[in-house]
Structures are given as structure tokens and as C-alpha cells.
Design a protein around this ligand. Structure first.
Ligand code: ATP
Length: 199
């Protein structure tokens, strides 16, 4: 699995639609200060489901939409698509190419797509679980992240190893099942109360 293409439209400094193809051999993006290199990284994190405006170097989510310049009006929408090669079927989806799209409007309305079909953030998170690619994965190491990992609590470091070991999805499913079990237990207690009131 590898990153094939990033398409950006209306995200931060990219008012016009741009397409970056990561052909074999591409190892870096260079450019003058302020030209938008980090914005590309932000766009990749964002499309994978990043919810923190601070992590995306803004103060609110709206800051990621092109804010306009002296001779260009602000835009009302930002959209980013990420295309990954999936010929080895590392992602649990039956396509050899997977495109994830996220779109947000100034109203705050947000949409996610998987290969052009509307989906939930949960679906995106699930397909990237245990692959290292998701926002909690280790394929995106931002500035300062290494220090963070080294100085972090051991429980936090453990999450990284769990992702690499491929057990995050089982842990998540276990937590979901435990939550359901807890809800069911509470419902049973409530039912018991009603039954004893009726008797
Ligand atoms: P450096 O090498 O200094 O780290 P860089 O190439 O990584 O720079 P970025 O941080 O990606 O640059 O881009 C910063 C530019 O993006 C700034 O000029 C900033 O004004 C612009 N920018 C950020 N958010 C928006 C927005 N919502 N609308 C328009 N422009 C924006």
C-alpha cells in the first residue's frame, strides 16, 4: 500500500484545485517558506479524520477553508481526496485503489466519501485501523512527534505498538461490545424494577 495521489481544493492556501501524484521515487516536497508544504501534510491528516483544529494549526475548523487574499474572495468549501494503492489488499476493501474524500462547508456541514460513496467517519477510521495510516497511526510523524513519543507516558507509547501489532481493531470492538453489554445490563435492571412494581 502506498500513497498515490492527493487532490486538494479550497483547503488552506490551495484555492485552486491541485493534484499531487506521488509517483515511485518521490521522497519529499520542497519549496520556499510559507509556500504550503505543511498545508499538504495538514490536508492528509484532515482527510483521514483529524478533528482537532489545533493539530491542523488553526483555532477553529473553519480556518482550514481558503480564507481569501487581497485579490481573491474566500471560498465556502474545502475538499481533499487521498488515493492509496491497495493492490495487496492491506485495506479491508475489495478495490485495488482506495480514494478517501472529506468535504466541509463554512456552515460546518461535513461529508466523508469512500471511493465516491458517502460514508461515516467511523467507516474511514475502521478501514485504516491497524494499518499505521490513520491519524493515530505512525505513517504521519509531524514535527515534534518523535520527542512526544519518547517523553510520553508508557501507556501512550503502547498505543503505537498496538497499532503495529494489528490489535487496535479488536480492542475497539471489545470496547464497543463492553459498552453495549453495560447498556443492556442497565436496561435489564430497569426492566426488573418495572416488573417488581407491577407484581
Ligand atoms: P515553512 O517552510 O515556513 O514551514 P510551509 O511551506 O510549510 O512553510 P505552510 O505552513 O504550509 O508553509 O503554509 C503557510 C501559508 O498558508 C501561509 O501563507 C498562510 O497564510 C496560508 N494559509 C493557511 N491557512 C490559510 C487559509 N485558510 N486560507 C488562505 N491561506 C492560508
Amino acid at each position: 500500500m502506498y500513497l498515490k495521489k492527493v487532490e486538494i481544493h479550497g483547503f488552506k492556501s490551495f484555492a485552486d484545485r491541485i493534484e499531487i501524484e506521488f509517483e515511485k521515487g518521490v521522497t519529499g516536497i520542497v519549496g520556499p517558506n510559507g509556500s504550503g508544504k505543511s498545508n499538504i501534510n495538514d490536508a492528509i491528516r484532515w482527510v483521514l479524520g483529524e478533528q482537532s483544529a489545533k493539530t491542523l494549526r488553526g483555532s477553529k475548523m473553519e480556518d482550514i477553508i481558503f480564507a481569501g487574499t487581497t485579490n481573491r474572495k474566500p471560498l465556502g468549501m474545502a475538499e481533499v481526496s487521498l488515493t492509496l494503492d491497495n493492490s495487496e489488499k492491506k485495506l479491508p476493501i475489495d478495490y485495488s485503489e482506495v480514494t478517501v474524500t472529506r468535504r466541509v462547508y463554512r456552515s460546518g456541514e461535513s461529508e466523508y466519501y469512500l471511493n465516491k460513496s458517502l460514508c461515516r467517519l467511523k467507516d474511514i477510521k475502521e478501514i485504516f485501523m491497524d494499518t499505521g495510516v490513520g491519524i493515530d497511526g505512525y505513517s504521519i510523524i509531524g514535527q515534534g512527534k518523535i520527542d512526544d513519543i519518547l517523553s510520553n507516558k508508557s501507556e501512550n507509547r503502547r498505543l503505537l505498538f498496538e497499532e503495529a501489532a494489528g490489535i487496535v481493531k479488536y480492542k475497539t470492538r471489545k470496547e464497543e461490545a463492553e459498552k453495549k453489554l453495560e447498556n443492556t445490563k442497565q436496561n435489564l435492571t430497569r426492566l426488573d424494577d418495572i416488573i417488581s412494581e407491577l407484581e
